[in-house]
Every structure is written in structure tokens, then in C-alpha cells.
Design a protein around this ligand. Structure first.
Ligand SMILES: Cc1cc2nc3c(=O)[nH]c(=O)nc-3n(C[C@H](O)[C@H](O)[C@H](O)COP(=O)(O)OP(=O)(O)OC[C@H]3O[C@@H](n4cnc5c(N)ncnc54)[C@H](O)[C@@H]3O)c2cc1C
Length: 374
């Protein structure tokens, strides 16, 4: 029998939904409390590396993800010139194993919808419009209170409530995400025929200009610049100005950056809770425990790996013990820290204008680590 019978999860993002699916499949009663009034309907694209796909395969949703997304196995590097000259095409490492593609792009709301449906099918209850405001741990159970004045008790509480986690604060961990000095414009637009993989251009007016296919008809295009005050509504104009220096598929992408395009601006952050992620029977996972700039596209991958490892340990133990928490830390902390440090390092090299940085060396050692199952 699993170590817990009744688990509360705060947050219906990738981490929370993954934990819910695996625990509910094992017969654990699972309730997710989500502050948004409804499932995510609009968003940008996401790049999922093989190690994330390996977890989705474990959840039994790989076929659905493959059908909705756009899989590819190479990375293109282009010059910041008017022709967008292709300088190199590099083979991506299949971090999820040889039976899965190296990389897949998809529309974020599609990913959320697939995980949500699977969690409901597994028997998890998802309640929207529930903002968790406080918790009390009496040693045997955790009681959460929500903004609507209600409360509920669980054998264990998983804080999968993202970057500005209320649960992280509630258990007394005072680590907060810090800006890394970069910001990103992202636009979800039509796919130019030529876009069949992620292509990156380093240099020009931006640190990085790139795009990733998310389906047969769509891509998300992105421009990474120095972090600054930006307004989402200026996105079409600013993206078009910044992208003017880039050629190839960018010529068509620019034409689609009108006011109907779904465009947003986000600053990169990083943090890691560098010690146990639990206090008593409350544990944080995913962005609540760590965040990194998407320079290696591993944030969601780490989030779903955290959830899968935690669920495995809870399902295979008879009791929630210090040994279980130590094993969770041993399997997650170094791996997540390496991802955070590598992602930050890549960005810092660009901010510092380091020209001879060993990017291939860093990427290779990271991929070698990620190839090992979590
Ligand atoms: C610009 C950018 C690009 C990125 N690109 C990639 C990429 O290409 N590939 C990749 O792998 N990762 C990427 N990431 C990282 C990835 O988005 C995150 O790591 C991932 O979404 C984290 O999932 P999560 O479930 O931990 O948190 P979230 O997805 O943030 O989910 C947290 C949920 O908790 C809910 N919540 C918050 N507070 C409360 C509360 N008090 N009560 C109830 N509910 C609450 C929120 O509404 C939300 O639904 C990117 C990040 C950024 C910023």
C-alpha cells in the first residue's frame, strides 16, 4: 500500500498534473486546487526535450502529445544576416531514449489539456478557482485554507504552485526567484513552410532570435534581449523592429506579427531551494522549488521529473519517513541544480559577451546527465 491515501496538490500545471496522474493511477485519492478559474486556454509554445517525453510516455499520453506536437531531431544555427544563412545543423541528443524523438514543440494549452484529461480519467479531482492561502501541519496531516474561506485536510500536500509559490513561503523557505538580466518576447504565429526544427541565431540586435514548430500549422518565435520595462501591447511593433535584422523564415514571421498574434514578454529568472524541498508532510516541486532561464528548455522537464520521482517514492513506501525525503533529495537536487546552473551560465556568457565559451562542452555534459533516467 502507498505511503499516503489522500493527497492535496496545489497547482494544475505540468508538475501538479503529472503527480496527480501517477498517484491516482496507484489508487491514491488526489485533489488538485488551482487558483485559475478555468484550464489554460491561451498561451505560447513550449519545447519539450526527450527526458520530458520519457515522463509523458510513462503517463500514457505520449501518442496524444506526438499527434498534437511537432517532433524533430536537429538544431539549426543561422547567421544574423539578411539571408538568415544556415551555418550549421546539429544532431540533437535523444535524452529520452532511442524510441523517442530528441525534441518536440507544442502549444502549451494543448499540453495542459492532455494532462488534465488524463488526470481526470485517472480519478483525480481538479477544483478551479481555489487559491490556497495557508497551511497547518499537525504531524499526521496537512490542512489547507483557501481564499473562499474553505479548508481541507490531506495526508500529504504537494506545492506545485509555480514560481511565486505560496506553499514555499508557507513552509518557511525564503528563497525567491531572481532576474537573470534577460527578457524574452514570444509570439505564437503561423508556421512558415521552411520551419521544420528549432533554428537559433546568436547576435544581431538580440542575444538570441529563434523559433520552434509547435504543430503542422504553428510555431512560436522568440527574441531574447536585455531585461527591461516592456508592455505586452507593444509586442507586435517591438518584435517587428527587433526581428528586422533577421532573414530566412523571419521575413514571413514578421508579416504575421500583427495585433492578432498572441505575443507576450517575460523576464528570465533563476532560483533553487538548495536543501530538502519538504517541511514535514508538505513538499514543493517544479517551479516552486527551482526555476531557470529557458536557454536549455528544461524547466517543464525538471517539473515533470520531480513529480514522477516523488510519486514513485510515495507509491513504493509504506510510510512517509525521513528516508523517503532523503531519497527524494538525492535523486532530484543535484540534477535540478545542474540544469539551473547550466541555463544561467549560457545566458551569462551572452550577457558578458564571452566569445570562446565552451557551449558544446556544456550542452554535451548536460545531455549526458539528462539521458540517465531521473
Ligand atoms: C519564457 C519561458 C519559456 C519557457 N520555455 C520552456 C521550454 O521551452 N521548455 C521547458 O521545459 N520549460 C520552459 N519553461 C519553463 C516552464 O514553463 C516551467 O518550468 C513549467 O511550466 C513549470 O511547471 P509547474 O507545474 O511547476 O508550474 P506552473 O506551470 O507555473 O503551474 C503552477 C500552477 O499553480 C497555480 N497556483 C499558483 N499559486 C496558487 C495558489 N496559491 N493556489 C492554487 N493554485 C495556485 C497556478 O495558477 C498554476 O496553474 C519556460 C519558462 C519561461 C518563463
Amino acid at each position: 500500500m502507498a505511503a499516503v491515501q489522500n493527497v492535496g496538490i496545489v497547482g494544475a500545471g505540468a508538475a501538479g498534473l503529472t503527480a496527480a496522474i501517477l498517484l491516482a493511477d496507484a489508487g491514491v485519492r488526489v485533489e488538485i486546487l488551482e487558483k485559475a478559474d478555468e484550464p489554460q486556454r491561451v498561451g505560447s509554445g513550449i519545447t519539450l526535450q526527450g527526458n520530458a517525453l520519457r515522463v509523458f510516455k510513462q503517463l500514457g499520453v505520449w501518442e496524444q502529445i506526438e499527434a498534437k506536437g511537432y517532433a524533430f531531431g536537429t538544431l539549426g544555427l543561422r547567421a544574423p544576416d539578411p539571408a538568415g544563412t544556415v551555418i550549421a545543423v546539429l544532431e540533437d541528443i535523444r535524452t529520452g531514449g532511442e524510441d523517442l524523438p530528441a525534441t518536440l514543440g507544442m502549444y502549451r494549452p494543448d499540453l495542459t489539456a492532455i494532462l488534465r484529461e488524463r488526470a481526470l480519467q485517472a480519478g483525480a479531482v481538479i477544483t478551479y478557482g481555489k487559491t490556497v492561502t495557508g497551511i497547518t501541519d499537525d504531524g499526521g496531516s496537512v490542512t489547507v485554507s483557501t481564499a473562499d474561506g474553505a479548508s481541507a485536510s490531506y495526508d500529504l500536500l504537494i506545492g506545485a504552485d509555480g514560481l511565486h509559490s505560496a506553499i514555499r513561503k508557507a513552509i518557511g523557505i525564503d528563497v525567491e526567484p531572481v532576474g537573470t538580466g534577460m527578457g524574452i518576447w514570444r509570439a505564437f504565429v503561423e508556421r512558415p513552410e521552411e520551419v521544420v526544427r528549432t533554428d537559433l541565431t546568436y547576435g544581431g540586435p538580440c542575444f538570441i532570435a529563434g523559433y520552434t514548430p509547435t504543430g503542422p500549422d504553428t510555431i512560436y518565435a522568440f527574441l531574447v534581449e536585455k531585461a527591461q520595462e516592456r508592455r505586452h501591447e507593444d509586442g507586435p511593433r517591438i518584435m517587428a523592429e527587433l526581428a528586422a535584422a533577421y532573414g530566412g523564415p523571419w521575413n514571413e514571421i514578421r508579416e504575421n506579427l500583427d495585433h492578432t498574434a498572441n505575443i507576450n514578454y517575460t523576464r528570465f529568472t533563476s532560483h533553487i531551494v538548495d536543501g530538502p524541498w519538504n517541511r514535514g508532510r508538505t513538499v514543493i516541486i517544479g517551479d516552486a522549488a527551482h526555476s531557470c532561464p529557458p536557454t536549455v528548455a528544461q524547466g517543464a522537464a525538471m517539473a515533470v521529473e520531480d513529480a514522477a520521482v516523488l510519486a514513485e517514492l510515495l507509491i513504493n513506501a509504506d510510510h512517509v519517513t525521513e528516508t523517503l525525503w532523503k531519497e527524494f533529495s538525492d535523486r532530484r537536487l543535484d540534477r535540478a541544480r545542474t540544469v539551473v546552473q547550466s541555463s544561467v551560465q549560457l545566458g551569462q556568457w551572452m550577457l558578458d559577451g564571452v566569445r570562446d565559451a565552451d557551449v558544446p562542452g556544456l550542452m554535451n555534459s548536460l545531455s549526458t546527465m539528462l539521458k540517465q533516467p531521473a
